[in-house]
Unconditional design. Structure first.
Length: 499
């Protein structure tokens, strides 16, 4: 049995902790903030509940596997609810299309009715390609510990796989080779932002995210997606994991080339055979470990070269009932007239987007409001990361944040969704808030972006060159978002192995 310390109680840290306890290790989780879940949490404010992080669960198989392998099936602890339509996409030209959850056939019909038969056929062509990309990348890349790019190059199917994935093409280039329809192109562009990236630079293989959503569905969890974090915590505790909240870690200690434990901000030292870091990898390598540790030089260099993911600016809206207001679907996306201006703003000019894509999550879940008829909406727009110096925007000005929120509300109303008169509660969350609450550098949503073909290889490896140190979560391989973070925990637990 090894003595294992996990730094951070995000989803990746807690899943790894539970899996490791199941393998027979003694596991302690040290969390810097006052609660578990990291970015994934459902917050109650007065009579309203909001998912302030993830509001869409895809590839639930990852968490089905987690709960089954650590004790009881997911159905015993959480109520997964399919969301239909999965998305309601509204465009600046007044057109609209609903994607039916778990049915390509109905989505094709919907595309054909709204944009014509050609566009519908183009979506089919794109999804067939995306499925092939998923098949090629899932097992050898996403679900495996990435020891070296060389291992991928040695595959006997290399040439065929390369042709499928087309690493030389951006997502935008691939899509434009199939369609010149702007509506379809905007829908696909949005999948690049699911990994915090710019579709003009992100690799074409991100198209597989669209396939995963279509094939395995868009899901909600009753009570909020944050329930996932609480259920994982409970499972970990049942397996004997000990949680220590309000316990920020100030350093990872080592003896030569091997970890020996951690030191907390309080000065307390905790010895350990293995340390699993769920804090952002750039923080781990630049702030928690002495820069004298030479074996980490290459990993540090890669992280320094990788571009952080975009961040998010969100509005939490508690709304009074209004019989005149149109009924909203669970997930609505209001696309702007010029999507590229958004990516230029975020990644080149580091400025809040003038006319952003607006995502509205209006859960049809009565357990997320204490008063029937009242609704809690989570509104999210992509934003440049927070920085007071250099590449980012200084989000710490509260007056600016409130004015920006008001602008977004006006833009929603301009699209025929009355809002201002219904608002009973309005809270704003900026990238600076996320950085402050859980130490995510710049408030980046997904760790590092995928803004180049090499970015996947620049992320922190799950197994660090410092013996006994492992990295798990959105800033480590295979990347951010709930499905990948859950997979990273499985990779790390498998790499550490049985007690
Ligand atoms: C606004 C927003 C919307 C999102 N929407 C979606 C979505 O719809 N679907 C989806 O799949 N994903 C979504 N994501 C991404 C998803 O939330 C993350 O990828 C995932 O939750 C990250 O988990 P993680 O394991 O990396 O841990 P994190 O959530 O990053 O948590 C890390 C933990 O480590 C702790 N920590 C940091 N430093 C220290 C230290 N020194 N000592 C102790 N503890 C420390 C932090 O306090 C935190 O609790 C969204 C994220 C955000 C912010």
């Amino acid at each position: 049995m090894s003595r294992i310390v996990v730094i951070g109680a995000g989803i990746g840290g807690m899943c790894a902790a539970a899996r490791l306890a199941k393998l027979g290790h003694s596991v302690d989780v040290f969390e810097g903030s006052d609660q578990v879940g990291g970015k994934c949490r459902t917050e109650w404010i007065g009579k309203y509940a909001f998912d302030t992080g993830p509001s869409l669960l895809t590839l639930p198989a990852v968490y089905r596997d987690f709960f089954l392998k650590t004790g009881e099936p997911i159905e015993k602890v959480l109520e997964l609810q399919p969301v239909n339509p999965s998305f309601d996409y509204k465009f600046a030209d007044g057109s609209e299309v609903n994607f039916t959850n778990l049915s390509r056939h109905e989505t094709l019909t919907s595309l054909s009715q709204n944009f014509g038969e050609n566009v519908s056929t183009q979506w089919k062509v794109l999804m067939e390609r995306a499925e092939k990309m998923w098949d090629v990348s899932r097992e050898p890349f996403i679900e495996s510990e990435l020891t070296s790019p060389l291992s991928l190059l040695k595959r006997p199917t290399l040439l065929r796989d390369l042709f499928t994935i087309a690493p030389w093409k951006s997502l935008r280039e691939l899509v434009r080779s199939v369609t010149d329809d702007e509506h379809l192109s905007y829908i696909i562009d949005r999948y690049a932002t699911y990994s915090g990236s710019d579709p003009r630079k992100a690799p074409a293989v991100l198209l597989s995210i669209a396939f995963v959503e279509e094939a395995f569905g868009a899901w909600h969890i009753k009570g909020g997606i944050g329930q996932l974090a609480l259920a994982i915590e409970e499972r970990a505790k049942k397996l004997g994991v000990k949680f220590h909240v309000n316990s920020p870690v100030s350093s990872i200690n080592h003896n030569g080339k091997k970890v020996s434990g951690i030191t907390l901000n309080s000065g307390e030292k905790v010895t350990a055979d293995v340390v699993v870091a769920n804090a952002d990898a750039s923080t781990v390598y630049t702030h928690l470990i002495s820069e004298k540790v030479r074996v980490l030089r290459r990993q540090r260099k890669s992280l320094a070269q990788s571009e952080p993911s975009l961040a998010g600016f969100s509005l939490l809206l508690g709304l009074k009932p209004d019989s005149e207001a149109p009924a909203m679907n669970h997930h609505t996306v209001l696309f702007p007239a010029d999507y590229d201006a958004e990516f230029d703003s975020i990644f080149t000019h580091y400025k809040p987007v003038e006319e952003p894509t607006i995502y509205i999550c209006a859960p049809r879940d009565e357990s997320m409001s204490r008063t029937p008829g009242y609704e809690s909406w989570f509104v999210l727009v992509n934003a440049p990361r927070h920085s007071t110096i250099g590449e980012g925007f200084d989000w710490s000005d509260e007056n600016f944040a409130r004015a920006y929120a008001s602008k977004i509300i006006s833009q929603i109303e301009a699209r025929g969704i009355p809002l201002r008169n219904r608002i009973e509660l309005l809270e704003v969350r900026t990238p600076a808030d996320l950085e402050k609450s859980i130490g995510t550098p710049g408030g980046s949503i997904y760790g590092s972006s995928s803004n180049s073909a090499r970015s996947a290889f620049m992320r922190a490896r799950n197994r660090s060159p410092l013996k006994g140190l492992f990295c798990v979560g959105g800033s480590a391989h295979p990347g951010g978002g709930l499905p990948l973070v859950g997979i990273s925990a499985e990779i790390v637990a498998d790499a550490i192995g049985r007690a």
